[in-house]
Ligand binder design. Structure first.
Ligand code: ATP
Ligand code: MG
Length: 368
């Protein structure tokens, strides 16, 4: 990525509260987005992603707190003076204007002269691969083409901040990947500080420098894609990003102090599994988290005893080509999803006994 120019400030949000009719939808939120970076707000429907994005844009007023772009306090600045480019979920193109005129809109509003306007619109359309379609009306474009017009329109004004609200959600699977690639390239090229909203974890993991996982108007965790996936801070994050086995366990005080040790899983016959506590949790109820691909499962053959492994039985299996996904049951009744890759990954059948091993490096203990 190009080094961002000072004209591309970071976004700093402090103690932001936004409410609709008295109920706080954003609740004392803090967030720092590094300049020139690609930041994604990820969370389920209704958690406040659009509200936060529209507050950053200035379309929704904050009740308390402040938003700064670099050193500049923009909390009370109207949207058209914030120097933002915005891509809306439903494109919001002008239906009676050609593609070129749609893209030119922000430049006309800024009174850019005719020659520069023509050049910049031409460049913007070329960047999104739509040079040939400048004279068409939006109705004569495919969904993916419309989305790229919306992108060109947001980028042509060379904004300090680019805000995108689920820009890929109306596209089919193949177009999503194409436009996703275009967005990644344009952002990296221009180095614009970008906030991208999605509820699609794959999109978030693939595009972002950092991700903020939202839960009911608050940020549950902020981190790089690998941090969010490998070290989720809470059961909520683990469950929302990727597949996770979450099993209730009781923490002894030693584990609560942050040691890597064994945690006893409940059930009729408690089994000890190695795990690391990610933060100093209080002793008591907690969640054990293991991703399906970190669990090792093999057929139960008596010739190779393995004292660290747990006996399980295969309840269900799904053959998925490059892997087989198994549902297995522990002696105490708890169920887990295990994904086996590599040669012979489909060797176990429903009803077979197996031996299961937890990976000490990736099995976590989380707050309940
Ligand atoms: N104009 C409004 N008036 C009152 N409540 C609103 C308004 N807009 C949103 N809300 C409420 O605020 C909460 C957050 O909405 P928001 O649109 O920010 O969620 P979201 O995370 O973008 O969800 P989605 O993924 O479905 O787009 C929801 O409970 C919603 O019902
Ligand atoms: Mg939304």
């Amino acid at each position: 990525m190009n080094s961002p120019s000072p004209a591309r400030p970071g976004i700093h949000i402090e103690a932001l509260t936004v409410d609709y009719g008295g109920a706080a939808v954003i609740d004392g939120l803090h967030l720092d987005i590094e300049r020139g970076s690609f930041f994604t707000l990820l969370g389920p429907s209704g958690c406040g992603k659009t509200t936060l994005l529209r507050t950053i844009a200035g379309f929704v007023a904050a009740r308390a707190g402040c938003i700064r772009f670099g050193e500049r306090d923009v909390t009370r600045v109207p949207p058209h003076l914030r120097d933002i480019g915005m891509v809306f979920q439903d494109y919001a193109l002008f239906p009676d204007k050609t593609v070129s005129d749609n893209v030119a809109y922000g430049l006309r509003a800024r009174r850019v002269d005719a020659e520069n306007l023509r050049r910049r619109v031409g460049e913007a359309l070329e960047r999104v691969g739509l040079s040939a379609l400048g004279e068409r009306l939006p109705a004569a474009l495919s969904g993916g083409q419309r989305q790229r017009v919306a992108l060109a329109r947001a980028l042509v004004i060379q904004p300090q901040v680019l805000l995108m609200d689920e820009p890929l959600s109306n596209l089919d699977a193949k177009l999503r990947l194409q436009v996703r690639q275009t967005i990644a390239e344009l952002q990296a090229e221009a180095g614009i500080t970008t906030v991208f909203v999605t509820h699609d974890q794959d999109e978030a993991l693939a595009l972002s420098h950092r991700i903020g996982v939202m839960n009911r108007g608050r940020l549950e965790q902020v981190g790089t894609p690998a941090e969010i996936y490998r070290r989720p801070a809470t059961g909520y994050v683990a469950d929302f990003v990727g597949a996770a086995n979450l099993l209730p366990v009781t923490l002894s005080s030693a584990v609560a102090a942050g040691e890597r040790t064994s945690v006893a899983l409940g059930g009729a016959q408690p089994v000890a599994v190695p795990a690391q506590a990610v933060s100093a949790l209080p002793a008591g109820a907690a969640l054990l988290m293991a991703r399906p691909e970190t669990l090792a499962l093999r057929p139960d053959t008596s010739d190779a005893p393995d004292s660290a492994a747990v006996s399980v039985r295969v309840l269900r299996r799904q053959y998925l080509g490059e892997k087989t996904s198994y549902r297995v049951q522990l002696p105490g009744g708890e169920q887990l999803q295990v994904d086996r890759h590599g040669p012979g990954h489909d060797a176990l059948q429903v009803g077979d006994p197996g031996r299961l091993r937890f990976d000490p490096a990736s099995t976590l203990v989380l707050a309940p």
